[in-house]
Design a protein around this ligand. Structure first.
Ligand SMILES: [Zn+2]
Ligand SMILES: [Zn+2]
Length: 179
């Protein structure tokens, strides 16, 4: 959604399948979406991610695969300065923003590997929510809440044992065989 490099999509596809140990199949949609203008909040120069999730719900058929939108614009939800992403928990739709994942955003030199690693962590995290996973108190677990980029860098791109067990339970009820 908006401007996202193919390298980001590639890294996320790979990272999702790795983190979910092949239990999840990731594939790229051929659909490129515009960032919905109604989500823009001019007083904050940011986009309301709840409004974007609504837009996604209206743009896709009611049933089907989970949808992770990836965008370059900065996201917020009311009462928070910003969010790295947002998702239905559990549910079907999720979004992440690459805006605050670039080292340049914090005045640091560009670092493509670090940037892609952060993109993967946020994607695995939000897809985790769609799979019913809540925030984890293990700060190394990818399901730990990121309040800042330091939290994101501190956590791994992987689910802890407890979250993996939770995921297995969810998939036993809601999962379907992979094609
Ligand atoms: Zn979260
Ligand atoms: Zn965990």
């Amino acid at each position: 959604m908006g401007r996202v490099e193919p390298e980001v999509l590639e890294a996320i596809e790979e990272g999702l399948e790795k983190a979910y140990r092949g239990l999840v199949r990731a594939f790229r949609s051929k659909r490129a979406l515009e960032v919905p203008k109604v989500a823009y909040e001019p007083r904050r120069y940011q986009y309301n991610s709840s409004v974007i999730l609504d837009f996604l719900r209206r743009s896709f058929a009611p049933e089907g695969d989970k949808v992770l939108a990836i965008t370059h614009v900065d996201l917020f939800v009311p009462r928070l300065n910003f969010v790295f992403g947002q998702a239905e928990c559990p549910g079907r739709f999720a979004i992440i923003s690459t805006c605050r994942l670039r080292p340049e955003f914090y005045g640091n030199p560009p670092d493509e590997a670090l940037f892609l690693e952060r993109c993967v962590k946020e994607a695995v995290h939000e897809i985790g929510h769609t799979l019913g996973l809540r925030h984890c108190s293990n700060r190394r677990c990818v399901m730990a809440f990121s309040n800042s980029i330091w939290d994101t860098d501190f956590k791994s791109a992987e689910l802890c044992e407890a979250c993996l067990r939770e995921l297995t339970r969810y998939l036993r009820v809601h999962g379907k065989p992979l094609p």
